[in-house]
Design a protein around this ligand. Structure first.
Ligand SMILES: NC(=O)c1ccc[n+]([C@@H]2O[C@H](COP(=O)([O-])OP(=O)(O)OC[C@H]3O[C@@H](n4cnc5c(N)ncnc54)[C@H](OP(=O)(O)O)[C@@H]3O)[C@@H](O)[C@H]2O)c1
Length: 279
């Protein structure tokens, strides 16, 4: 039986992952900014469920949740860094303060929670750190530069961490979901640009239309995502990257092919920047 620690378990992919882990017979520490909302989402605490208040931007809430988890279950096998939101809009239309808030949650929040749990995993000489990045953590998109910057950040961090932690028996995976049917594209979750420049008015209107037509019609099924996380956590050979959803498979596949072909096309210039061989 594994013990999971999940951030942002009040709804969406975090809630679905917690439900799937409970369904599989595992133990779950389900955390959220409002503990009562976690309980509404997952039911009252029991033998295998502990709910805890945790805001990833509040260090004391992280420390308290980890302390309570250890007291209750003695170990944490799987950390799911899931909490996050999308700050969308053109780069120039997002204020520096909004950029900082986005990094505080999506990047520094992930670092803070992981930093609090790694000593336990190192002592166990076992564990699995799963971080929910995004398709946009591998492919840059129009109108998503700041959100993509945070997801590229955790993707690179996660990949590097996999090398650092393998020696302690700790596995590390970044997950790259495509569009999933959660609140992600709702005004309750995503944030739009807080500045407004006339030059971007048309592209912003098109993006808003595209998002509204896609919202709550996304192909990705959160329950299926949750089951995939359980399978990932149980597999002895965990990948460093896991793509979730056919849209993400296609988009990341095309991006990787475009990158390879750009490297081939510019090979001579790229290879020209070294000292001559033997120098
Ligand atoms: N759905 C998609 O299409 C999609 C695609 C790619 C990646 N993702 C990523 O998947 C993760 C989950 O997103 P979702 O689709 O499930 O979105 P969601 O339905 O909006 O859920 C987001 C969760 O994150 C929590 N959260 C936000 N800020 C937090 C903070 N400071 N501290 C603790 N919890 C916080 C929310 O808590 P509250 O209930 O308190 O607001 C909520 O539980 C995110 O990292 C997102 O970037 C989603």
């Amino acid at each position: 039986m594994k013990t999971w620690f999940i951030t942002g378990a009040t709804r969406g992919l975090g809630q679905a992952t917690a439900l799937a882990a409970l369904e599989a017979g595992d133990r779950v520490i389900a955390t959220g900014r409002d503990r009562a909302v976690v309980s509404e989402a997952l039911g009252p605490d029991g033998d295998r469920l502990l709910s805890a208040r945790l805001d990833v931007t509040d260090q004391s809430s992280i420390d308290a949740a980890v302390r309570d988890s250890v007291e209750r279950f003695g170990r944490i096998d799987v950390l799911v860094n899931n909490a996050g939101y999308g700050q969308l809009g053109a780069f120039e239309e997002i204020s520096p303060e909004a950029v900082e808030r986005q990094f505080a949650t999506n990047v520094f929040g992930v670092f803070a929670v992981t930093r609090a749990i790694l000593p336990l995993m190192r002592a166990q000489r076992a564990g699995h750190v799963i971080t929910i990045s995004s398709m946009v953590g591998a492919v840059g998109v129009d109108g998503g530069s700041i959100y993509a910057a945070t997801k590229f950040a955790v993707s690179g961090w996660s990949e590097s961490l996999s090398h650092e932690l393998a020696r302690f028996g700790i596995k590390v995976t970044a997950v790259y979901p495509g569009y999933f049917r959660t609140d992600f594209l709702d005004r309750s979750s995503m944030r739009l640009a807080d500045l407004s420049l006339e030059d971007y008015a048309r592209t912003t209107a098109t993006a808003t239309e595209r998002r509204s037509s896609r919202n709550h019609r996304q192909a990705g099924d959160p329950a299926a995502f949750g089951r995939a996380m359980v399978e990932l956590a149980r597999s002895p050979e965990s990948p460093v990257w896991l793509v979730a959803g056919r849209d993400a498979l296609r988009t990341i596949g095309e991006r990787n092919a475009a990158q390879t072909s750009a490297m081939d096309a510019w090979h001579t210039l790229s290879a020209s920047t070294d000292f001559p061989e033997g120098a």
